[in-house]
Design a protein around this ligand. Structure first.
Ligand code: ADP
Length: 497
């Protein structure tokens, strides 16, 4: 009987469970899926919360649904978990109940706290130790906020009565009925509390952020045994044998396993993760140093950069300007023009991310003439994806990362063949889109399948071949376009308040 893997993909807007089976060719393919939407809470401007109890209930519900669809728990060999990263939970060890709403990665409430640490000169030390800049994005300041907000919880955490963790840690705790308080090293690498080289918590950082070490989970490898489910929950004691944060799981899902392999997920925003090999690289261009994965005691490190507005620029054309009726129309409109007519759109709707880091920059359009049409705006929006990717790849190169051999892509925007060809052209790198798009869940499934011995390695073994775009633009044309883009970015930054 086939042995299946149950992948839990706990994301920002939904919780999903997917059953994977091993394909005869060696890869993993999906068999059944169940999904539940997750309610977002915005109690104040800049604050974003989730209800950890709701996340747990949805996890249990989707797992049970998928197990049933796939023919019963007896068919499953193991569970793998991937999750929204950095989101922070505080709970009572005795009752297993959250003591506060979870603080979501997007939440900016601790900006003053991390800003004060940066002003006091701690950033170089924190970056050298963890790879991360000082920012409210990461879990440490969120943990500290929770411990401040719940009276007595810091002391109770120091006594082991109160637990801290990111979402995979919370789910493992619940799935094991409190037997396992563990995290995987990729999720731990997003807290600002773990030494990136040692993969262990650092007492100096715990002191700096005022987070008691005793409240933190044990750190494990991504394909280690992380716990065994309590029998009554799913009908059997299943080993949880894989876990990784969502972007890292996608790296594994894509099979971006060698230095020089990189993946970028083009959704609402875009997240680039580049494999840099067995030793961490410290960024001098404000990319994030992070762990790609840790398997069997061997590490792949990564550099990461985010683009704040990718698909959201297309959404704006549709919902804000009304120049397209649906996202897919953008392709034909852009393709219908011979070139961009000198029009550039810098989609700084919510500021500019890496490598510019200009939170106050705003969206800017340059080069308009009387000839400019809605199609030029559409084309400029699609082209901006490629230019922003190029800026990230240039930052990678500046940091001494290995030269990219291929850029693996996934996410809603990759349906757009014009945009993908333009990325290949502007970035001078082949672009590959896998036929199966659920790279995050696939990554978690692969880790668990490896951990439990169902597969021998993390290679991608795609069941269907990927679509590939080769760079074919002449260098002079590319240089001319990049010059126009850089002038537009300058205009966006100068115009910032
Ligand atoms: P997320 O996971 O961030 O919600 P998805 O991966 O589902 O995002 O991608 C959705 C995004 O993809 C939307 O912003 C949408 O505008 C964009 N998108 C979808 N289809 C296309 C297309 N054919 N061309 C360009 N953008 C597209």
């Amino acid at each position: 009987m086939t042995q299946l893997i149950l992948a839990i993909d706990q994301g920002t807007t939904s919780t999903r469970a997917i059953a994977f089976e091993t394909a005869p060719e060696g890869g993993l393919q999906p068999l059944a899926v169940s999904q539940v939407a997750l309610q977002q809470h915005f109690p104040r401007p800049g604050w974003v919360e989730h209800d950890a109890a709701e996340i747990w209930a949805a996890t249990l519900q989707t797992c049970r649904a998928v197990i049933e669809k796939a023919g019963g728990v007896g068919r499953f060999a193991a569970i793998g978990i991937t999750n929204q990263r950095e989101t922070s939970v505080l709970w009572d060890a005795a009752t297993g109940e959250p003591l506060h709403k979870a603080i979501v990665w997007q939440d900016r409430r601790t900006a003053d706290a991390t800003g004060a640490l940066a002003a006091a000169g701690y950033e170089p030390m924190v970056q050298a130790a963890t790879g991360l800049i000082l920012d409210p994005y990461f879990s440490a300041s969120k943990f500290a906020w929770l411990l401040d907000a719940v009276p007595g919880s810091r002391e109770r955490a120091a006594r082991g009565e109160v637990k801290l963790g990111t979402i995979e840690c919370w789910l493992i705790w619940k799935l094991t009925a409190g037997e396992s308080h563990v995290t995987d090293a990729t999720n731990a690498s997003r807290t600002s509390l773990m030494g990136l080289e040692t993969l262990s918590w650092r007492a100096d950082l715990a002191d700096l952020f005022k987070v008691p070490l005793e409240g933190l989970p044990d750190i494990r490898g991504c394909a280690d045994l992380l716990g065994v489910t309590e029998t009554s929950l799913l009908g059997a004691a299943l080993p949880i044998h894989g876990a990784a944060g969502d972007q890292q799981a996608a790296l594994v899902g894509h099979g971006a396993l060698d230095p020089g392999d990189a993946k970028i997920t083009y959704g609402t925003g875009a997240f680039l993760v580049a494999n840099v090999g067995a030793t961490p690289v410290t960024s001098t261009s404000r990319l994030l140093g992070t762990l790609g994965y840790s398997v069997g005691g061997a590490q792949a490190y990564a550099l990461e950069g985010s683009i704040f507005s990718a698909g959201s620029a297309i959404q704006w054309l549709r919902d804000g300007l009304g120049v397209i009726a649906d996202s897919a129309q953008s392709e034909a409109l852009a393709q219908g023009l011979a070139d961009n007519g000198g029009v550039y759109l810098v989609p700084g709707f919510t500021g500019l991310g890496a490598p510019w880091w200009k939170p106050d920059a705003r969206g800017t359009i340059t080069g308009l003439t009387r000839d400019s049409s809605p199609a030029h705006l559409v084309r400029a929006a699609l082209e901006s994806l490629a230019y922003q990717t190029r800026d990230l790849l240039d930052a990678l190169a500046e940091d001494g990362a290995p030269r990219l051999s291929v850029l693996k892509v996934d996410g809603g925007v990759t349906a757009n063949a014009f945009a993908m060809q333009f990325v290949a052209d502007i970035c001078e790198v082949p672009v590959e889109r896998p036929a199966f798009q659920e790279m995050t869940a696939l990554g978690a499934a692969k880790l668990a399948a490896l951990g439990v011995g169902l597969i021998d390695d993390l290679d991608d073994h795609p069941v269907e071949p990927p679509t590939r775009w080769e760079p074919r633009m002449a260098a002079a044309e590319r240089d001319r376009l990049l010059e126009g883009w850089r002038a537009a970015v300058k205009a966006a930054i100068i115009a910032a308040p």
